[in-house]
Ligand binder design. Structure first.
Ligand SMILES: [Zn+2]
Length: 72
C-alpha cells in the first residue's frame, strides 16, 4: 500500500468500515510509515474536534482500535 492509498482509506479506517484485508494493509502500512502515523494523529484530532462540535462521540470501537494501535 502506498501513502496515497493509505490516506484514501483513512476515513473508512476511522469509521471501522474497512474490509479485513484492507484493514490489515493499512495497519501494516501505518506501522512502517511514520509520516502516515503523524497524519493519522492529526486527522484523529480533527475528527475529535468535529465530534465535539457536533456533540457526537467517536465510536468506542474506533477509540479502542486507535489506542491499541498507538501503544503498539
Ligand atoms: Zn505512508
Amino acid at each position: 500500500m502506498t501513502c496515497r492509498e493509505a490516506i484514501d482509506v483513512l476515513d473508512d479506517y476511522l469509521e471501522s468500515s474497512l474490509s479485513p484485508e484492507v484493514l490489515e494493509k493499512i495497519e501494516a502500512h501505518l506501522r512502517a510509515c511514520a509520516p502516515c502515523r503523524a497524519y493519522l494523529a492529526t486527522y484523529e484530532r480533527t475528527a475529535q474536534l468535529a465530534a465535539k462540535v457536533n456533540r457526537v462521540e467517536m465510536p468506542p470501537e474506533v477509540k479502542r482500535r486507535l489506542r491499541d494501535f498507538l501503544r503498539s
